[in-house]
Design a protein around this ligand. Sequence first.
Ligand code: IPM
Ligand code: MG
Length: 364
Amino acid sequence: MARYKIAWLPGDGIGPEVLEAARTVLDASGLEAEYLPGDIGWNMWLKEGNTLPERTVELLKRSDCAIFGAVTSKPPSDVMQELPPRFRGKGIRYSSALIRIRQQFDLFTCLRPCKAYPGNPGNLKEGTDIVIFRENTEGIYCGAEWPRVPQEFFAVRGMERVSPNAAVSVRAITRRASQNIARAAFEHAEKHGRKKITAVHKANVLRATDGLFLDAVREIGREHPKIRLEEMYIDNCCLQLVLDPLKFDIILTTNLFGDILSDLCAGLVGGLGFAPSANIGKSWALFEPAHGSAPDIAGKYVANPIAAILSAAMMAGWLGEKKKAHDIEGAVAAVIREGKVRTPDMGGGSGTLEMGRAVSEKLR
Ligand code: IPM
Ligand code: MG
């Protein structure tokens, strides 16, 4: 019997093809897993009026962890326009499947490594090696939103400046989630010999929420005196990352800032094709390339599967298969170094599955 039960969630757009390539690599690594396919994403919104059907949630609960390709998500006006008429008028509300899983399974850590692999033509600065720890369950993603300001809000200080014809999103930051993500970052630093954590925030403006975040980070920092804690405003952080990414080691931040910074950092190391990620909770995790579904190139098998393959390596590592994780990453690094197989984003003409095969061959 297979050792691990892994929920397999291809999703939308290029999701299925990048996972197909990742699968050849997982098989070549010899990971003893059973892969259980699950429905998810925009295609399910169109078919069932639900991006994350209950049967998929049940499947996730039965699995050891999940790997996910990509999902399409769209702004509210498009979402309702594209909902098939038979689902309309039933009070169906759209929500992102990915955000729902992160919140429902309390996957409070979003871990996103950004590494400049030698030989990658897209590297802006050789030697870049940054790990982002993004809080993954709350902040402005908490889901408390109003398309019109509720009347009772007008009693709150600051609201007198807001016209009733406005929309409101709440940015909720808890001490618990801030401590959780800070602990994950400090423990990772200790375990992997990293020296410095940069806590990124905007506490000079978002005084209540980022004030609390920073406070929780400092508190956890005191428990880890060997790791240097640096604090930086989000705007300055963007500037410094572009000027000198080598100054950074681990970045620790809240949800939306982490979303933005992880795209920025991916841009430093060749783009989203090189940006894997892990969503980790206490005992379950979901692995996914940080890229979206790229509908413009979907079905053409030209997407770079490296982000998905590196996500699969992170999954093997999380399952305790450290050697396999290390070998897969080494195989990716070797293919990039050789430069013979390159997808179009790297300036080459190789396809998605060709890249998957090249990495797999290094493992055999
Ligand atoms: C990511 C994505 C998601 C996010 C979207 C698809 C909801 O951009 O994983 O970075 O904003 O977290
Ligand atoms: Mg993003």
